[in-house]
Design a protein around this ligand. Structure first.
Ligand code: ADP
Ligand code: ZN
Ligand code: ZN
Length: 848
């Protein structure tokens, strides 16, 4: 008699105070052979059936550790696992370990972390439904009390409905509904059962025919059906298909032929119909010409060498590839991938934005053909599900995708690449608030893969790690010029001309465009070349700025820029509306300080102190006024919301259907636009005035990238950068294309302020329909944390805030937040225990 087998299962249920939600179940004999850790199962939990992931199998039930976790209590009867879930799911140990790390590090329920690794669309829930019984169909409605009467009438028409559907249809309280339903059940008129929601995706099948007719019988067969034209046509089509199909593949596509006709042929014994799985591939149908790898430049070859070494030895090593835009980083990715493929391993490539994916994917497909798969949120659920399975089975060897692709199943992973590693979009903004770049580094360690983080403007965290020797720094300081035959030669980065907008005003120019920019625009247009006009505008910063001296109102306590609000708490977003001191107030969203806006500039006594904000729309209008003949394209979130619109805009601009594109962050990223010779940075400053310690870093990164858009071919290019604060180190470094200079200034500030990478932050956000309540709970928590920091005796730790959040009212709820800053925030957060009603964001990226 074999001993009993037990399984620890992480279940899909949110049990407050028990975020782990790991329970022990008995493995029934029928499931013993197939069951493995990492598999998806159905288990009973209270009166429901829920999904779970098997974490471990053991021959003994876990000993009661004296804790109060329900699964550990010996008095609990241990129930058996009910069934297996999707048989394709079997998370390898590396993914189970990564999920545990995610749950611990980002303080999320374990199931939520595990669910990130599941194929898209398979989450299912059991829901309670009520259905009509035969007696219920006959019952006299009039004899029932009013509430019950309506419920029964509804179920007679619907047959069966979930409690949620009933609630929507009948608009009672849930408790009242249950009472009515139980009363009807007692009368024997209706009954309850639990059912499963349908999974959102299914395997798609394709009809195929296997021809059983031998060549010598064909003429007879065709003669036999000469009076059945439809059968004859179908058979002829299939015979023609067989003639062009390789001999070893006898399954002929038949989905386009009428089913009744095929059935008739099947009845004659001439063919057999089958259904095979059809995998949806988002790259199908796109034809990409294969490219020939160029010969590497000497520098590229030198920087590739250590990567090749790590791959050859199958060692985990992290490389930071710092190379200016156009220096040939992508070519090094391609070479590294080629090597890992030759070893029979797989590669994972993360890219920040959908806008980037299309161009990059084309380059990958040109090199590797159908081995490449893509994953991103614009694909249909079915496409994502099938891509997931192609990767799981090893049919696709390379996957390129946005942040969640880091959870894709890659059983033979050998190389992880994070392109534009500094990009803020790698941070996931709800649920498990992971940073995909950091997850990728962990994944690399767990799978012994090489990791390449690539950027022209590395994050402070990564560059410091390289200086500390935790990452290996590889550098490509020069651009590469593709030149047929003659090898390659470098084009310099474009010169940047900085324009002080205060001088423009003094000279009487009130336009958004400086004289230098207007000049450059007219020359570019006259030469038939293209220009990009860029606005550095993250969020809806409403700052108070002096248009004569560039003074920006900032907090006297913590020097964060102050944000203007109208007293009714509705953010007045009217560009450049003069603030009246009587109905507006300035607030610090870091520490909570508030002040009335000035009427005159405290620095230069100018009256032209304004609420400042410029949108793409205004730039487009100004363009039309100054250059009516220019064709202008607008590119921002408002116009790229729809599926595929990035590609269309990009195509239109590359095909020279427009002369000028006006846009925000999105156009800064990775696009290779050969005809662009002018980049105008209309407002370089606005992003600097956000209440966010990364404001300078983000501004530098954006400006460096957008400047890199100009002159990528030998026709040259130039950049005009307009600012009110030409002395700011982030702008100076961007204008000089000098990453090191920026890094040196910025890292000193971070060290002094104990900000990352020298300290860690956690942001805690609460919200309430009542401003007073949100504020009170924020203040209470801040006190608790202060006490905890004292009790643990942590040096260099503090609470910043609480304050109302920058986006202070969202969906009618007031938001308050605070920051915990410490060398390691985890012991402090752990001591606080679960925080109901709070969002905990470890390593926050957005402070808004
Ligand atoms: P990055 O990723 O750093 O922006 P890319 O890899 O896209 O740089 O290279 C910039 C351009 O130079 C691309 O058009 C690429 O095809 C080309 N290129 C890269 N390496 C070479 C090389 N060794 N020889 C010729 N052309 C190259
Ligand atoms: Zn001033
Ligand atoms: Zn402040």
């Amino acid at each position: 008699m074999p001993t009993e087998l037990f399984a620890d299962v992480a279940v899909r249920a949110h049990i407050f105070n028990h975020p782990e939600a790991i329970y022990t179940y008995v493995v029934p004999p029928a499931l013993r052979p197939p069951l493995q850790p990492g598999m998806l199962v159905w288990v009973p939990l209270r009166r429901k059936r829920v999904q779970g992931i098997v974490l471990a199998l053991r021959e003994q039930a876990r000993p009661a550790a004296g804790g109060d976790e329900p699964g550990l209590l010996p008095s609990f009867t241990i129930r058996p696992i009910a069934d297996l879930g999707d048989p394709e799911v079997r998370l390898p140990d590396a993914q189970l370990n990564l999920a545990r790390w995610l749950a611990g590090y980002y303080r999320a329920p374990l199931w939520d972390a595990l669910a990130l690794f599941l194929p898209p669309g398979i989450a299912q829930e059991s829901v309670a439904t009520w259905h009509i019984l035969p007696a219920g169909r006959e019952a006299e409605l009039g004899a029932l009390p009013p509430g019950e009467r309506e419920l029964l009438y509804f179920l007679r028409r619907k047959g069966e409905a979930s409690e949620v559907e009933l609630d929507e249809a009948l608009r009672g309280s849930m408790a009242e509904l249950r009472r009515l339903a139980l009363a009807l059940a007692e009368r024997g008129l209706i009954a309850r059962r639990t059912a499963l929601t349908r999974p959102a995706v299914r395997v798609r099948r394709r009809r195929v025919a296997r021809l059983l007719l031998s060549a010598e019988h064909q003429p007879d067969a065709l003669a036999a059906i000469r009076h059945a034209p439809r059968q004859r046509a179908a058979l002829e089509t299939l015979l023609a298909r067989r003639a062009t199909t390789p001999a070893d593949d006898l399954l002929l596509p038949a989905g386009d032929l009428p089913l009744a006709t095929l059935r008739a042929l099947e009845a004659r014994g001439w063919l057999a119909l089958e259904a095979v799985e059809a995998l949806r591939n988002p790259l199908d149908g796109s034809t990409v010409e294969r490219d020939m790898p160029p010969e590497l430049t000497e520098r590229q070859a030198r920087e590739l060498h250590p990567i090749s070494g790590a791959l050859e030895r199958r060692e985990h090593e992290i490389f930071l590839l710092h190379g200016v835009t156009g220096s040939g980083k992508t070519e090094l990715y391609l070479r590294s991938i080629a090597r890992v493929l030759r070893q029979g391993r797989q590669a994972l490539v993360l890219v920040p934005e959908i806008a980037l994916t299309a161009q990059l994917v084309r380059r990958f497909a040109a090199r590797f053909g159908p081995a490449v798969a893509i994953l991103h949120s614009e694909l249909s659920l079915g496409e994502r599900y099938d891509t997931w399975r192609r990767l799981r089975r090893g049919e696709a060897r390379i996957v390129v995708g946005s942040r969640s692709t880091v959870f894709a199943p890659l059983p033979e992973l050998g190389l992880v690449i994070v392109d534009e590693e500094h990009d803020g979009s790698y941070k996931h903004a709800d649920g498990v608030r992971y940073e995909a770049r950091d997850v990728a580094v962990h994944l690399g360690a767990l799978t012994r893969s090489a990791v390449i983080l690539g950027s022209a403007t590395p994050s402070l965290e990564s560059y410091q790690a390289a200086l500390d020797g935790r990452y290996r720094l590889l550098e490509l300081p020069e651009r590469v010029t593709p030149r047929r035959g003659s090898g390659s030669q470098s084009i310099p980065l474009p010169p940047v001309r900085m324009v002080d907008m205060r001088d423009e005003l003094r000279a009487g120019n009130r336009s958004l465009f400086s004289r230098a920019l207007q000049h450059a625009l007219s020359r570019t247009l006259a030469a038939g070349q293209q220009a990009i006009l860029f606005l550095n505008r993250r969020g809806l910063a409403s700052i108070v700025l002096c248009r004569d001296c560039g003074y920006v109102a900032s907090c006297v306590r913590c020097s964060s820029p102050l944000v203007l609000h109208s007293v009714q708490h509705t953010a007045s977003a009217v560009a450049e509306a003069a603030p009246s001191p009587f109905d507006t107030i300035m607030r610090c969203h870091t520490c909570g300080y508030r002040e009335l806006p000035p009427i005159q500039c405290p620095e230069c006594w100018s009256m032209r102190i304004r609420h400042f904000g410029v949108g793409t729309q205004r730039v487009v209008e100004e363009m039309a006024a100054l250059f009516p003949e220019a064709r202008v394209l607008r590119w921002d979130r408002d116009v790229t919301g729809r599926k595929g619109s990035h590609d269309r805009l990009l195509d239109a601009f590359t095909n020279h259907e427009a002369d000028v594109v006006v846009g925000t962050q999105m156009i800064a990223k990775g696009l290779d636009l050969p005809l662009v010779t002018l980049v105008g940075i209309v407002s370089a400053d606005i992003g600097l005035h956000l209440p966010d310690f990364r404001a300078a870093e983000r501004t530098f990164q954006l400006l460096a990238q957008v400047a890199g858009r100009a002159g990528r071919r030998d026709i040259g290019g130039q950049v005009v950068l307009q600012t009110y604060i030409p002395d700011h180190y982030a702008l100076q470094a961007a204008a000089a294309h000098d990453y090191r200079a920026f890094f040196q200034e910025e890292i000193a500030f971070r060290r002094e302020a104990h900000y990352p990478p020298f300290g860690q932050l956690a942001r805690l956000v609460t919200s309430s329909t009542s401003m007073a309540r949100a504020r009170a709970s924020a203040e209470e928590l801040a006190c608790r944390i202060d006490v905890e920091i004292g009790a643990q005796g942590v040096a260099d730790a503090s609470v910043i805030g609480p304050a109302s959040a920058f986006l202070e009212r969202v969906r009618n709820r007031y938001r308050w937040h605070l920051l915990v800053r410490a060398p390691d925030v985890h012991p402090i957060l752990a001591a606080l225990g679960p925080l109901p009603g709070w969002i905990v964001d470890v390593d926050p990226v957005s402070m808004l």
